[in-house]
Design a protein around this ligand. Structure first.
Ligand code: TXE
Length: 480
């Protein structure tokens, strides 16, 4: 059995009340470790360590921060194999995906913000005719919280921590209790890289106990959160009267809009990925596919053929395309959407069943599933399911598809497949989402703003947006 410990003030410690929760291996469906169920006292201890470290960390030179963050990035790279194995075991995702996406991206998060902080500048405004100059400083906030989900564990954990500490803050962080392993391993890496004690503190435990203690802490001044929309709403209700700064990256129900004038083969390849990568457990997955009626039947046939060739299997097998879902509860949630789809809602084109994987008989495996639906108003098209399940529907006109694409409560991302420039410009403006990909999917440049509209969140992260979130502007006006 593995035992995960909290990382507070540079040390690994058991929770004060000695309460533990079980950690599951999703591909075996069995407990393989225990993690602290930290309480208010542990969060307070983490806060105190962060608070103590803040005066010194916030005044380290940008060069020193750059050096330490770069070292963390390098150590993540050097430990890629070990971290990827840990991620695949803990989350159920294919090892190949952890090796090529999750861990390299965790390293680039640190690399990117190690450099970005050296380019992040204050502003000056000369008040001409008034003999005054205004300087706007961007000051570190103090102790901030980073709370992350289970779908891209180290990738999203570091996406928050790297800019937070680059900007001179000290952090109390909590990874998802469902996938805590790589966050635990990050503590050791930070020590090796020479990150001063207390700059990063990682407390493990349930959202309702540990997470709740973090968001209620009166002196933690900002919260960066990625997770479910209802949790985000709950956090906003707690944080508002305490005047905390909030960045919320929440759910999505993203449209993937396919016009007949697109590059068909490229679209088909990418659509398989945007539907089922990471078992469909990415907030950016295109879970509602809309296809122009003239190519609908062809697309249906080709898509089903491609998807049926995907291999659901052991995350550690190199041939596996789709691993296990993250938990039994999540598998049951996704399955319940499939099972409750009646004939009036749609037609199952492929999948829908649990998969029995050899030597992993109790694992949480599900076939990639495609359902043709008849109305965008159905539950399958309106609610975030967050699993290997996509719906498809035909459309006839631009107006009709834009209306359906926007007719959900979410607004995170959208994908558009067309080679018509006028249509591209028109539709990208009309789609209600924070990100629109045209003829591609999940092509990320870390300088760009990342986040959603409507129930998909508040605020943007990425590049200077993240550095702005993790700093507080102060205006100084000097008369001369
Ligand atoms: O997320 P939670 P869950 C969606 C997806 C999924 C649903 C629920 O639809 O099925 O959310 O997933 C912490 N105070 N996404 O239940 O609960 C929690 O411990 C403070 C989309 O796993 O939102 C974890 O660290 N923190 C999403 C983090 O919040 C609390 C990715 C996220 O967990 C808390 C994951 C509280 N009261 C799920 N309650 C995306 N946008 O990428 C929970 N947490």
């Amino acid at each position: 059995m593995k035992k995960i410990l909290n990382y507070i003030d540079g040390e690994f410690t058991a929770p004060i009340q000695n309460n533990w929760i079980e950690n599951f291996n999703p591909s075996k469906g069995e407990v393989y470790g225990h993690i602290p169920n930290s309480t208010k006292e542990d969060v307070e201890k983490a806060y105190q360590a962060a608070q103590k470290a803040f005066p010194s960390w916030s005044t380290t030179t940008l060069n020193q921060r750059h050096t330490i963050l770069s070292k963390i990035a390098l150590l993540i790279e050097e430990n890629l194999e070990n971290l990827a194995q840990a991620e695949a075991l803990d989350n159920g995702k294919p090892l190949s995906l952890a090796k090529t996406i999750d861990i390299p991206r965790a390293s680039s998060n640190f690399k990117f913000f190690a450099n970005a902080i050296t380019q992040f500048s204050s502003e000056a405004h000369e008040s001409i005719g008034k003999d005054a100059i205004n300087i706007t400083l961007r000051e570190s906030i103090g102790v901030v919280a980073c709370i992350s989900p289970w779908n891209l564990p180290l990738y999203l954990f570091t996406w928050k921590i790297a800019p937070a500490i680059a900007a001179g803050n000290c952090v109390v962080a909590k990874p998802s209790e469902i996938t805590p392993m790589t966050a635990f391993l990050l503590g050791e890496i930070c020590n090796k890289a020479g990150l001063p004690n207390g700059v990063l503190n990682i407390v493990h435990g349930l959202g309702s106990i540990t997470g709740q203690a973090i968001i209620e802490h009166p002196n933690i001044k900002a919260i960066s959160f990625t997770g479910g929309t209802s949790t985000g709403a709950h956090i906003a209700r707690i944080a508002a009267p305490l005047f905390k700064k909030l960045s919320l990256e929440l759910g999505g129900k993203n449209p993937n809009i396919i016009f007949s004038d697109c590059d068909y083969d490229e679209m088909l390849e990418t659509t398989v990925r945007s539907s089922f990568a990471n078992q469909g457990q990415i907030c950016l997955c295109g879970s509602r596919i809309f296809v122009e009626a003239t190519i609908f039947e062809k697309f249906k046939k080709d898509f089903v053929k491609k998807v049926s060739a995907l291999k659901v299997g052991d995350p550690f097998c190199s041939k596996t395309d789709i691993g296990a879902l993250v938990s039994k509860t999540h598998l049951e949630k996704v399955k319940s959407y499939i099972d409750s789809t009646g004939e009036e809602t749609g037609k199952l084109l492929f999948g829908g069943k649990k998969v029995n994987v050899e030597n992993n008989e109790n694992g949480y495996f599900l076939q990639p599933t495609i359902i043709e639906v008849y109305d965008n108003k159905c539950r399958l098209n309106q609610e975030e399911i967050f699993g290997p399940l996509v719906t498809i529907m035909p459309f006839n006109t631009e107006e009709e598809v834009v209306q359906m694409a926007n007719d959900v409560k979410y607004g995170l991302s959208a994908t558009l497949w067309t080679n018509n420039l006028n249509r591209t410009m028109k539709l990208t403006k009309q789609l209600h989402s924070g990100i629109v990909w045209v003829n591609t999917w999940l092509l990320r440049d870390l300088r760009t703003p990342f986040g959603g509209k409507k129930a998909s969140g508040v605020g943007r992260e990425g590049g200077n947006e993240a550095l702005r979130f993790f700093t507080e502007p102060k205006n100084i006006c000097i008369k001369y």
